[in-house]
Design a binder for this molecule. Structure first.
Ligand SMILES: C[S@@+](CC[C@H](N)C(=O)[O-])C[C@H]1O[C@@H](n2cnc3c(N)ncnc32)[C@H](O)[C@@H]1O
Length: 226
């Protein structure tokens, strides 16, 4: 592995170290009742509805946290087969447990490195609030999304959201993101909306972006052109 790649992989591991069982015990409350609606100015309902609208019955969730959104989808009858991929074992365990008795296949992996799938193909892949944790520019993160896209069935959908800086943001959004970038939990200082659109367009068709407060939602279909 070359030096730059090595450093990026180190930063990716550093970003997920924070998700201890203790942090996960209050994560939902902190993120969905405080950070999203108050600091990022994006109501929880907008994210939940986005998931309910786009998830398929054959889904891969990447960067699972506590499984909060997946549980909402499960309760709404939207899930029947699920795979979970995360770099942090605690997140995989918490989410698997939360979705039981639905059997979830779990994969511990970094989205910036080789992916662990062989015969798996999904109709949807979701990544909510993951890209702002991942080191690199949107150009590099776009390559990781392209690699994930290879595991979509034809016409499958990749979707998610990520926090970005923007000029009109709530002062708390900036303070919180600055602090998280300083300690390596976030890596989104140079994330620019247009670069995500470009990164996705390289690998997918029908790319759509929408921004609510600091939250940038994205949707992209698998290109059937190869
Ligand atoms: C901020 S949490 C989001 C959790 C959940 N998706 C949500 O919306 O509440 C980020 C999640 O992505 C995972 N993650 C971050 N970087 C990753 C990477 N490079 N590869 C795989 N998982 C990663 C973390 O371990 C964590 O579960």
């Amino acid at each position: 592995m070359d030096g730059v790649k090595n450093k990026t992989v180190f930063k990716a591991h550093k970003a997920v170290r924070v998700y201890s069982p203790f942090l996960l015990s209050f994560y939902d409350l902190y993120v969905y009742k405080c950070v999203s609606p108050v600091f990022f100015q994006c109501p929880e309902a907008r994210i939940v509805d986005f998931y309910l609208e786009n998830i398929s019955k054959n889904h891969l969730e990447v960067g699972v946290g506590t499984g909060y959104l997946l549980k909402k989808c499960l309760d709404a009858g939207k899930l029947s087969s699920i795979a979970l991929l995360d770099l942090n074992e605690n997140c995989l365990e918490a989410t698997k447990k939360r979705l039981a008795p639905l059997q979830a296949d779990t994969f511990k992996a970094n989205i910036l490195e080789d992916l662990p799938f062989t015969a798996h193909r999904f109709d949807s892949i979701g990544l909510n609030y993951v890209l702002h944790c991942v080191p690199g520019t949107f150009k590099e993160k776009g390559e990781a999304l392209g690699s994930l896209g290879k595991y979509l069935n034809d016409d499958g959908l990749l979707f998610g959201s990520t926090a970005i800086y923007h000029p009109g943001q709530n002062v708390m959004a900036k303070l919180v993101m600055d602090a998280y970038n300083r300690n390596g939990i976030f890596n989104n200082r140079s994330d620019i909306k247009e670069e995500l659109a470009d990164g996705l367009s390289k690998h997918f068709t029908d790319v759509r972006l929408r921004q609510i407060g600091n939250v940038l939602f994205f949707m992209a279909r698998k290109s059937t052109k190869g």
